[in-house]
Each structure stands twice: as structure tokens, then as C-alpha cells.
Design a protein around this ligand. Structure first.
Ligand SMILES: CC(C)(COP(=O)(O)OP(=O)(O)OC[C@H]1O[C@@H](n2cnc3c(N)ncnc32)[C@H](O)[C@@H]1OP(=O)(O)O)[C@@H](O)C(=O)NCCC(=O)NCCS
Length: 181
């Protein structure tokens, strides 16, 4: 858990999601899905019931290579990040993450705080050695953030998303994680 200050000076708590966050998270996903064309879901949000989301969060808290973070400002959920590592011995050291921030708070440093918290968690845990993500090729804000935090483009996939009747390509980006000597 960390408390960071946004660029405009407001404290934001970045912490592991708790099962009790389930209803707020489902509402949050519907909100950010409506606000951004860059996520894999729209205004419908994610396809989980409150009970399923509750159970999912409870399960992730016990897994060493899964991380579910939330960013909370003044009691309001304003951001989230999920990293999911592989389920098998041969791929448990690697996984993909997704991050989002509610639109009124873009550019305030919340996304950066979430990704930095994940990177610290990965280094400290010693299990994760590679972190991947997919990002729409026209998502300049997100790409700039990832590049500043050490991610590089490793490939390009075509037609990964369909919004407003148009296909969009995504970059595959990745960053290796090395244990602190
Ligand atoms: C992408 C996202 C998570 C970033 O979160 P954020 O809180 O706005 O990010 P931050 O404020 O921490 O950092 C954004 C960085 O991009 C820079 N930036 C902002 N707009 C930019 C643009 N159009 N082009 C390039 N860089 C830009 C900012 O200056 C900042 O860099 P800095 O920290 O060095 O100043 C957020 O905008 C979001 O949720 N977008 C919608 C969903 C999404 O796209 N998720 C990612 C899917 S892969």
C-alpha cells in the first residue's frame, strides 16, 4: 500500500483490492468502459456478478503471481490494475496486466502510481520475471506512460479490438523484471 499525491495535490491510496470493493469495482468498470475506447469492455463493464467479483478478489489475494490493485481518492475508486501470472510452472513467472483510471483524473499521476506499485511488488516477490501488456497503437497517453517505466514494444497484433465498427491494432509491450542483487 502506498499513498501518493496527485499533480494537483490530492492524496491517493494505492492498495490491494479487497472483496468488499466488489460492488464499487463493478460500477467503476462500467464507468471507465463508457469513458474509454481503449479497454476490452465498454459501458457494459466486466461480465461478473457481485458474488463472482467478490470471490475473484478473495482468490487473487492468496495467489503469489496475481495482483489486483485499486486507487482510491477521497473514498472514491478512481483507478485499478490487474496483473495475472501464468497458472503453470513454465509460465508462472510471466503475465499480462491491464490498468485504467477514471477520466477526470487522467494526467494526475494515478496510472503511474499503479504501474510503479506493480513493479515494486514484482521485484519484491521474486517470482515475476517478465511483464507484458497490450495497448492500442493509437493510445499515446498509455504508451508514453509504459515507455517511461521501462516497457518496450515487442510486436504488433492486428484487429485486436473492434469499436464503432472499426478494427484496431495493438502493440505488445513488455518489460523484464530482475531481482535486486
Ligand atoms: C492510460 C491511463 C491508465 C494512464 O493513466 P493516467 O493516470 O492518466 O497516467 P499518468 O498521469 O500517471 O501518466 C500519463 C503520462 O502520459 C503523458 N501524456 C498524457 N497525455 C499524453 C499524450 N496524448 N501523448 C503522450 N503522452 C501523454 C503525461 O504527461 C504523463 O507522463 P508523465 O508522468 O511523465 O508526466 C489512463 O489515461 C486511462 O485509464 N486511460 C483509459 C484506459 C486505458 O487506455 N487503459 C490502458 C489500456 S492499455
Amino acid at each position: 500500500m502506498r499513498i501518493v499525491r496527485t499533480r494537483s495535490g490530492h492524496p491517493v491510496e494505492v492498495r490491494a483490492a479487497e472483496p468488499a470493493d466488489a460492488p464499487a469495482l463493478l460500477a467503476y468498470f462500467q464507468r471507465v468502459g463508457a469513458e474509454s475506447p481503449h479497454l476490452t469492455f465498454g459501458a457494459e463493464g466486466v461480465e461478473l456478478t457481485e458474488a463472482e467479483e467478490h470471490a475473484y478478489i478473495a482468490r487473487t489475494r492468496n495467489l503469489e503471481n496475481v495482483l489486483f490493485l485499486v486507487a482510491v481518492m477521497g473514498g472514491e475508486l478512481v483507478g485499478s490494475l490487474t496483473f495475472t501470472g501464468g497458472p503453470r510452472p513454465r509460465n508462472r513467472h510471466t503475465g499480462e496486466f491491464g490498468v485504467s483510471v477514471a477520466q477526470p483524473y487522467w494526467g494526475e499521476g494515478v496510472g503511474r502510481a499503479l504501474v510503479e506499485e506493480m513493479l515494486e511488488w514484482a521485484v519484491a516477490g521474486g517470482i515475476i520475471r517478465k511483464i507484458d501488456l497490450r495497448v492500442r497503437t493509437d493510445n499515446a497517453r498509455a504508451i508514453a506512460l509504459y515507455e517511461r517505466l521501462g516497457f518496450t514494444v515487442e510486436g504488433r497484433m492486428t484487429r485486436t479490438l473492434l469499436t464503432d465498427g472499426r478494427f484496431h491494432d495493438s502493440f505488445l509491450m513488455g518489460r523484464q523484471v530482475d531481482p535486486v542483487p
